[in-house]
Ligand binder design. Structure first.
Ligand SMILES: [Mg+2]
Length: 309
């Protein structure tokens, strides 16, 4: 059995299986050039002078689950005090951006709505730009709030007839997605190919119970099995960095760091967008592991590896 079919039958997978799958879908990820070696630093304070703008991933940089990473709130406040431009670029697409912002605020961060760039917002804009599609079926988790999406959208998981009726599909959340739903969608798209948009390109997300499979995982499986080329919104793709650039005057002339815990989304995407890649190693996907081994295997080399935020 391949890793892929195994994982569509399991609720969670481990970091090495996730890493292998990221490598297997590299042909659908952006290309980038990387430095020969990474500089090591303790935290973002140590590298602050080198950058004007910090684009921050959320999970693994600001928070782990429902708690802020120790020292992160003070570090972000100090960067702001020092005049740095700050953005949060998150692939969390299960909820409208306001929910994410409220969460960061509850953890003690002072980000403004303008500073939070979510892949969901980028996907919503992408959806609006698809002409001639009158009905989208959306996988958005249990009882999804689709009010921020323009056009006619319906909950795919609440009505199986959408597999036939919908003219396009949008994967935002896999919180209530199942292998059975996946098989039904693959069969429907194999029988009649239609556009597939993905609002969260992540393959996995770390939770208390292990790694869960995210919309990107299911979308690559659909692509492998139907030949459909999904349209991904969020890191590592250029559209999310374009959204940051649109909110940051002078972006091209500024020294920009993309700070994250994941090689194939944060570091690859940041480098492809012309940013420096800063890996925070201690809290996220590679917590407790030797990041050097994963860097060597993927060739995705961060400019800087920080222990913590
Ligand atoms: Mg992360």
């Amino acid at each position: 059995m391949t890793a892929q079919t195994q994982a569509t039958r399991a609720a969670t997978i481990d970091v090495d299986a996730a890493f292998d799958r990221y490598e297997a879908v590299r042909h659908r990820l952006p290309r980038a050039h990387f430095p020969f070696a990474s500089r090591r630093a303790r935290d973002l304070a140590e590298i602050a002078e080198d950058f004007d703008v910090f684009i921050l991933d959320a999970f693994g940089v600001l928070n782990v689950g429902e708690r802020a990473i120790p020292g992160a709130v003070a570090r972000i406040a100090a960067l702001r005090e020092a005049g740095k431009r700050l953005f949060v670029a998150t692939n969390a697409a299960s909820y409208p951006r306001g929910v994410a912002l409220a969460k960061y605020r509850a953890l003690g961060f002072d980000f403004t709505a303008e500073e939070v760039v979510s892949s969901r917002d980028v996907a919503a804009a992408g959806l609006a730009s698809f002409a001639g599609i009158d009905l989208w079926a959306v996988a958005g988790g249990p009882e999804p709030d689709l009010s921020d999406l323009t056009g006619r959208t319906e909950d795919l998981e609440a009505d199986a007839s959408l597999l036939e009726r919908a003219e396009g599909f949008l994967l935002l959340s896999s919180a209530s997605w199942t292998p059975a739903k996946q098989e039904a969608l693959v069969a429907a798209l194999a029988a009649r190919p239609r556009p597939l948009l993905v609002g969260n390109p992540d393959l996995v997300a770390p939770r208390e119970t292990g790694l869960t499979l995210e919309p990107g995982w299911w979308a690559h499986d659909i692509a492998d099995r139907t030949g459909i080329d999904p349209v991904f919104f969020g890191k590592p793709y250029a559209n999310v960095f374009a959204a940051v650039r649109a909110r940051c005057p002078g972006f091209e002339r500024l020294r920009v760091a993309m700070v994250g815990d994941t090689l194939h989304t944060d570091i690859l995407g940041g480098r492809a967008a012309g940013c420096a890649g800063v890996l925070v190693a201690e809290h996220g996907l590679f917590a407790g592991r030797d990041t050097a081994a994963y860097i060597a295997r993927s060739g995705i080399v961060p400019d800087i590896v920080c222990r913590t935020t």
